[in-house]
Design a protein around this ligand. Sequence first.
Ligand code: NAG
Ligand code: NAG
Length: 253
Amino acid sequence: MFDPQFFDQKHIQENSTVALTVFAVGRYLDAYLTTFLTSAEQHFMLGLPVTYYVFTDLPDRVPNISLAPQRHLKVVPVVKHSRWQDVSMMRMKTISDTIESELRHHFRYVFCFDVDQEFKGRFGSEALGDSVALLHAHFYKSQERKFTYDRNPKSKAFIATGDFYYHAAIFGGTWANVKHLADACYLNIMLDKQSNVEALWHDESHLNKYFLIHKPSRLLSPEYCWDLSIGHEPDIRIIRLKWAPKHYEKLRT
Ligand SMILES: *[C@@H]1O[C@H](CO)[C@@H](O)[C@H](O)[C@H]1NC(C)=O
Ligand SMILES: *[C@@H]1O[C@H](CO)[C@@H](O)[C@H](O)[C@H]1NC(C)=O
């Protein structure tokens, strides 16, 4: 449905550079990081300069992956919050701070990924855009009323009527747009804390509210983050990234 060479040539000519942020905190590091990084080296933005920013509370355990030319990995130490909901929500602040202090000076694009995923096919420069969101594999064909938006009017993530349901496992864009998104979500998470409410799906609920107001310029199909447990779907021609098996009971304690 697109010409990969067209996008690759355009981005090589424009000297596009990409920072990929990923959080590997606590047990998530050992469970997922090696697979995530080695598969990214096979499929993610090949031919472009890419730097992985791994945020972790266990910097010594980050695996030593061999990287292709023009590709780098930086480890950024972070503190582990005791509740996984807070780990997930605080990443918005960490992303914003890192864009401000470092990424804005070196990269045109920033992509933020969950670590519990594995690249299986091309995830290339066609996915770059000013503001990039991903349609959630479980909801891309659902009726709006089935979306798991936050429906509590007391939360800043509240949505009465929306359009799409986005997955927070992947979002990206120019550094300025990703910073704007992260700042807006973080502010609303903090306002919710002040009013003693927590959005139904945490940072994902806030992300959905953000993209409802600030429409993404590029929408990725669920090919870019497919859940194999859904089974065969003729819409999904190429699985480019798949959800890794989730072991919440073991990993989130
Ligand atoms: C890309 O880099 C080359 C070599 O440094 C430079 O000549 C060219 O103007 C750059 N292109 C853009 C769009 O910045
Ligand atoms: C990582 O691996 C490379 C080559 O595979 C090696 O040269 C380097 O010393 C290793 N670094 C660490 C910290 O183990």
